[in-house]
Design a binder for this molecule. Structure first.
Ligand code: ZN
Length: 96
């Protein structure tokens, strides 16, 4: 795993210090009290470590299925379709 640079670490620290952590649907979010902006922690962490900007069609999957485990090793980016089929395998099929 790569080292984060100072700016990236500062951003993470900023979120940890200035945002309250909220849990919603098992996912952990950072809620910025001033701007009222909500960041999904898994997405923030993934984007920082991989220096990418995810769009809304890229979903973060938790490999161990624990949505609260936002360790970088546990995060995998999947297209919405792939993600759906992964979670719905064996359950109902989505109608198209
Ligand atoms: Zn998932």
């Amino acid at each position: 795993m790569r080292e984060l640079n100072k700016e990236e670490r500062n951003f993470l620290n900023y979120l940890r210090k200035n945002c309250s952590r909220v849990k919603y649907n098992g996912y952990i979010y950072y809620l910025d009290k001033k701007t009222k902006k909500k960041y999904k922690r898994s997405r923030v962490i993934y984007q920082i470590y991989n220096s990418v900007k995810l769009n809304k069609f890229n979903l973060i999957h938790h490999i161990d299925n624990n949505k609260g485990n936002d360790n970088i090793e546990n995060l995998k980016v999947l297209a919405q379709e792939e993600h759906n089929s992964l979670h719905c395998a064996g359950k109902r099929r989505s109608k198209k």
